[in-house]
Every structure is written in structure tokens, then in C-alpha cells.
Design a protein around this ligand. Structure first.
Ligand code: SF4
Ligand code: SF4
Length: 226
């Protein structure tokens, strides 16, 4: 289902991003964990924290004062914001490693990203800090979070591995591509968006349908209709 692209960094794209819909507004969506008995959990996709590149951590720390100002009192020390214990080696990553944001409970990897621990109702504390202090969220938000539910790995743009774990996947709304088109353009540039737009309109003429599999509706796939 991956389609070739001519872009220098993004070599292929999963065609499902042009077809599968997604909730249009996370802040209004009652997130449910489909693989945990439909448990309601706000901001469920942030429960494990997120990958962070070294320059992204530096960008976050440059805004430490603004970020700390929106976090709960016991979360304001930047020393507790990252899990540096086991950096993942990655030759393609800046500085050759990938770090993680810390989770609220270091001993519980599902306890939620530390940046959910803020004074607002819900959502990402980094995003909130940017809005409160009048700068662009993209300055400090990790790329993986800016792209979600799209993922980028080894030159391939696709759906995040946990995409269909949550109720937002397939919810009524725009397609994943339409929702994420602006973020994709900001991260990879206008030329990629132009190419993806062309692919989108080409695929629009091909009928696609969702096929259930033995593992249930969360594993639905898009395929060309006969
Ligand atoms: S992406 Fe889905 S799980 Fe994550 S906050 Fe938005 S609606 Fe909730
Ligand atoms: S940095 Fe923000 S968007 Fe990313 S996992 Fe943490 S709370 Fe969620």
C-alpha cells in the first residue's frame, strides 16, 4: 500500500492516509483505548511519552521558564522532563540517539507523558506553554508529536504504529492527510505537499474500501475495490 515519492527525504507514503478519517479536534474527543476494553482515557496517545531528538530536547530546555510556568508545581524542574536512562541508538537521528520524554511515574511506562502534568484541562503542556506565552508550538513540540497520527520512519510516511489503538482512528472527520497536511508541509516542505496533493487526487478516482480482518475492526485495511 506504500506509494513511491520523488522527495529527497520522504521516499514513500502509505496510501491509507488519504482515505482513513480521524477526529478533527483532539481537545473535544473522548479518547478511548480500544485494546483496553474501550477504557476512556484523555490524551491516550500520550500515555507512553514520546521520542525526542537531542536538538528537540535543547529547544524545550531553552523555553524551560515558559514551560515550567504552566506545569504543576511538582513538575517544574526540567531535570525530571526526560528519560535519559537508555537512549536508543539511531544512526539517522541527530547526535545518533533518540531520547524519551519522562512519564509521570518513572516506574510505570503507561502513566502518561510528564508534559500532560499541567494546570490546564487536558492536552500537551508544551503546546499549552507556547499558546500561553505567544510562540509557535512547533518550536518546542517533538516532531513525532506534531505528526501524530502520521509517522515517519526510514523515509516512509505512514500511520503511527498505535494508530488504531484509539477511538480517534476512523472517527468522523477529515482524512488523516487533510488533517495533517499543514504539519507535513511545515516539517518536510511545500514540494512534498504538492506531490501528496497530486497523489491524493489520483487516489480519489480509485474506489477504496475498508476490509475487516480476523483480528477485528481495529485492524481494518484499505484496499482497492473490485
Ligand atoms: S490523537 Fe486520539 S488519543 Fe491522542 S489526544 Fe487526540 S483523540 Fe486522544
Ligand atoms: S510532548 Fe506533548 S504531545 Fe508529545 S507525548 Fe508529551 S504530552 Fe503528548
Amino acid at each position: 500500500m506504500y506509494l513511491d515519492l520523488s522527495h529527497a527525504d520522504v521516499h514513500s507514503v502509505d496510501g491509507r492516509i488519504f482515505k482513513i478519517t480521524f477526529t478533527p479536534d483532539c481537545m473535544e474527543h473522548a479518547c478511548r483505548c480500544l485494546r483496553q476494553s474501550d477504557r476512556v482515557r484523555k490524551d491516550a496517545c500520550c500515555q507512553y511519552g514520546a521520542d525526542v531528538f537531542v536538538p528537540e530536547r535543547q529547544a524545550i530546555l531553552r523555553r524551560a521558564t515558559e514551560i515550567a510556568s504552566v506545569l504543576k508545581e511538582d513538575r517544574r524542574d526540567p531535570a525530571g522532563w526526560f528519560d535519559d536512562a537508555e537512549p536508543e541508538p539511531d544512526p539517522d537521528a541527530p547526535a545518533g540517539i533518540i531520547l524519551r520524554t519522562a512519564t509521570a511515574d518513572p516506574d510505570d511506562e503507561t502513566s502518561g507523558c510528564v508534559f500532560l502534568q499541567h494546570s490546564g484541562e487536558r492536552g500537551c503542556g508544551l503546546h499549552r506553554a507556547a499558546l500561553v506565552h505567544g510562540f509557535e508550538p512547533a518550536e518546542i513540540k517533538p516532531t513525532v508529536c506534531r505528526l501524530y497520527p502520521v509517522s515517519f520512519d526510514q523515509g516512509r510516511l505512514g500511520l503511527s504504529p498505535d494508530f488504531n489503538h484509539y477511538s480517534c482512528a476512523g472517527a468522523e472527520g477529515p482524512t488523516v492527510y487533510r488533517l495533517m497536511r499543514e504539519a507535513i508541509g511545515e516539517i518536510f516542505g511545500a514540494s512534498l505537499v504538492q506531490e501528496l496533493d497530486r497523489l491524493e487526487s489520483r487516489l480519489g478516482e480509485t474506489r477504496l474500501r475498508v476490509l475487516p480482518t480476523a483480528s477485528g475492526p481495529q485492524e481494518d485495511r484499505l484496499t482497492s475495490a473490485d
